[in-house]
Design a protein around this ligand. Structure first.
Ligand SMILES: C[S@@+](CC[C@H](N)C(=O)[O-])C[C@H]1O[C@@H](n2cnc3c(N)ncnc32)[C@H](O)[C@@H]1O
Length: 234
């Protein structure tokens, strides 16, 4: 029986191709299959746009297999489960023929990434390697030229606010609000009204051509928007 291929989860960083690690680029220069989920048929995958310049340098670029399944942005767990299962089955088909598959993911694969669900489904069946990437929120802090946490500061990463908000606001020193496009104005004023001295800034499209740093929450909220709240109580 043919040796099975290896699944390689690759974090491609926040947007600038120069922030793809050397290790990730090395794999992308030779892997036979690149798996790059996207949220809709019409939109290009952001992760793929980041690594395209690296892939295009390959002599065999025209023969490279780029698979772009649709992973819609939905919250229905049953539907998501079905999508992850069929994506895992599709990846298995390539792995079973002995080909390695690179699953590319925006930022770092361990932070709110679709790769993690597929990784869980395939972990006992195939060899898997995960290559970390620069995550969006450290890139946002770098764009602002300001540390996220110092000394004993506690950093909290929040994908969606729920009824834990007040505790988060009491006990965190820095808060990263990801997927900021889901923030409501009520949530934003609750945070602004919190009686702790603080700095709030948002970064849109960090490290990409249209990067924007905004003081406070941003009114416009493209998908790639992250808000950082830093308390300074001393
Ligand atoms: C599904 S999560 C993926 C996070 C990714 N795995 C990471 O490590 O950054 C998508 C969210 O990450 C944040 N994000 C990713 N890239 C970004 C960028 N270039 N600029 C600002 N925020 C970004 C946004 O909050 C966006 O809604």
């Amino acid at each position: 029986m043919a040796k099975k291929g290896k699944l390689i989860g690759i974090g491609v960083g926040p947007g600038d191709t120069e922030l793809v690690t050397l290790k990730a680029a090395k794999v992308l220069k030779s892997v036979p299959v690149v798996f790059s989920p996207k949220s809709s048929k019409e939109k290009e995958s952001i992760a793929l746009s980041i690594v395209r310049p690296i892939l295009e340098e390959r002599k065999d670029y025209k023969r490279l297999m780029i698979v772009e399944p649709i992973f819609p942005m939905i919250e229905n767990k049953k539907e998501l489960e079905k999508i992850w299962t069929s994506a895992s089955e599709l990846i298995s088909q390539y792995l079973n023929t002995g080909r390695d598959v690179a699953f590319i993911t925006l930022g770092d694969p361990s932070i709110f990434s679709t790769y993690s669900y597929v990784q869980k489904k395939l972990i006992d069946k195939y060899e898997i390697e995960t290559i970390p990437g620069i995550t969006s929120f450290t890139a946002c802090a770098a764009a602002k030229n300001k540390a996220l946490v110092e000394q004993n500061d506690i950093l909290t990463i929040v994908p969606k606010i729920d009824d834990r908000l007040n505790e988060i606001l009491d006990y965190s020193d820095s808060i990263v609000l990801m997927k900021a496009s889901r923030n409501t104005s009520r949530l934003e004023s609750t945070i602004e009204d919190k009686k702790r001295p603080k700095e709030i800034y948002s970064v849109q499209n960090c490290t990409r051509e249209n990067e924007k740093i905004i003081e406070g929450f941003s009114n416009e909220k493209p998908y790639l928007t992250t808000t950082i709240i830093q308390f300074s109580d001393d």
